[in-house]
Write a protein that binds this ligand. Structure first.
Ligand SMILES: C[S@@+](CC[C@H](N)C(=O)[O-])C[C@H]1O[C@@H](n2cnc3c(N)ncnc32)[C@H](O)[C@@H]1O
Length: 405
């Protein structure tokens, strides 16, 4: 397929769990793991929180989703939140569900505030509409040229978590007034139609046409509408019920996260940091940005990120956090980093090896004292810091102390 060049550049494909992933030619980076965009969000950003234990203690949560993109981290969080609230089984092969440990939702009114931040308005607007393919093994071919992704997609598929359709309806409810003609151009284009949920698009058109209101009137058209929208209205009804069960406030800030956070006065329970890799987007991995995040994090809050880099961990340590690792049981490996103020929240501490690495050249962090530097300037300064350093290189460190984890 050759995409229409006049349009905003979007390179979607189906990842191995059937959810849509994106590729950025500009950043030369993938937005999501080819193993599964939704799976990645669940395992790296949401499950490590152990949300149920928080929900037993408090009812009011603030979430900061830095680099919202098409919203998988927020969607996974909401998915998990409602599953816990309704005491539903979350994953098919989970052996650890403790049914004596239910949340008594009748006596509690939960309140969520989600602040989504990204520089890309179109992606955020499109976020409710992306579909999850049921039989992804048949469709996970990509429509643009990229050997790296093609190779990664040849790995076996893996579907463990299910995104409830109503989560997309909740998001649509929150974003409907933001959706502009540029977003619609993509949404209604044939080029991308296989990646979007037709029912949600039709529902969006229906709401727009009817002035955001259901006004059932007599006549054939209404009759046809009722049949046509039966499925979507059911999902939307569940979404509306969900929104009654818990208050959900949603803000979207379209700007550089550094600017947004320097003006933000809220204190967050969970901060998701999902920027492109440090070598592509260093401005969101600097010690100076992390110091800002320190001031925005609740004492019992958590910052979660997929990065295992020694420079990132060292920047978190230097900014004053306790730092731990995110362990993923599905792969039996560490898949990210956790930064907290309360050390007892850390289940997987950094090993002596991890800590040792932070004291080598590999641990030299990125700097951005004014919080306005370009990515190129930050990379330049970092390169100079490494070249001028007398610290061991990571390979010298490994030679001396072994590759022990
Ligand atoms: C790895 S993707 C995030 C994927 C996302 N969490 C999702 O679920 O789709 C990185 C995102 O960072 C955004 N971004 C890049 N530079 C940024 C900046 N300085 N401030 C805020 N967002 C930025 C990009 O627009 C992109 O959506």
């Amino acid at each position: 397929m050759t995409y229409n060049k006049r349009m905003y550049e979007l390179y979607p494909y189906f990842t191995n769990d059937g959810s849509v992933g994106l590729f950025s030619y500009e950043a030369d980076d993938i937005y999501h793991s080819t193993l599964g965009a939704f799976t990645e969000a669940y395992e790296k950003f949401v499950l490590p929180i152990n949300l149920k234990s928080y929900m037993q203690k408090k009812t009011d949560f603030k979430i900061l989703d830095i680099c919202f993109g098409i919203g998988y981290n927020t969607k996974s969080f909401l998915n998990e939140f409602y599953k816990i609230l309704y005491n539903e089984e979350i994953y098919t092969d989970n052996k650890n569900i403790n049914y004596n440990d239910k949340i008594d939702a009748n006596n509690k009114k939960y309140k969520l505030y989600i602040h989504a931040v990204d520089t890309d308005k179109i992606l955020a607007n499109l976020s409710p509409f992306f579909k999850t393919a049921k039989n992804n093994s048949k469709i996970n071919k990509i429509d643009f040229k990229n050997e790296k992704i093609e190779q990664l997609l040849s790995e076996s598929s893996y579907v463990k978590y299910e995104l409830q359709t109503e989560i997309n309806f909740i998001l649509l409810n929150k974003l409907i007034n933001n959706i502009d003609s540029q977003t619609e151009e993509i949404l209604f284009s044939k080029d991308y139609s296989k990646f979007f949920d037709k029912d949600l698009i039709n529902f969006y058109k229906f709401l727009k046409k009817n002035n955001d209101k259901y006004t059932p009137a007599a006549g054939l058209n209404t009759f046809l509408h009722n049949i046509y929208y039966r499925y979507t209205s059911k999902s939307n009804k569940i979404a509306l019920k969900d929104l009654e069960t818990a208050d959900i406030d949603f803000d979207l800030s379209i700007n550089d996260a550094r600017q947004v956070i320097s003006k933000d006065k809220k204190i967050y329970d969970f901060i998701f940091l999902d920027a492109f890799t440090p070598s592509k987007c260093p401005c969101l991995w600097t010690v100076d940005f992390f110091k800002q995040l320190y001031n925005r994090l609740n004492d019992d809050g958590m910052i979660l990120t997929y990065s295992n880099s020694a420079a990132v961990r060292n920047a978190f340590l230097t900014a004053g956090f306790f730092v731990g690792k995110i362990y993923c049981s599905s792969y039996n490996k560490y898949t990210g980093t956790l930064a907290v103020k309360n050390k007892s929240l850390i289940k997987n501490e950094l090993s002596q090896y991890d800590l040792g690495l932070t004291t080598t050249k590999a641990g030299i962090f990125y700097r951005d004292e004014t919080l306005t530097a370009s990515n190129e300037a930050i990379l330049e300064a970092h390169k100079a810091d490494v070249e001028n350093s007398n610290l061991l290189s990571s390979s010298q460190f490994i030679k001396r102390y072994g590759r022990k984890k």
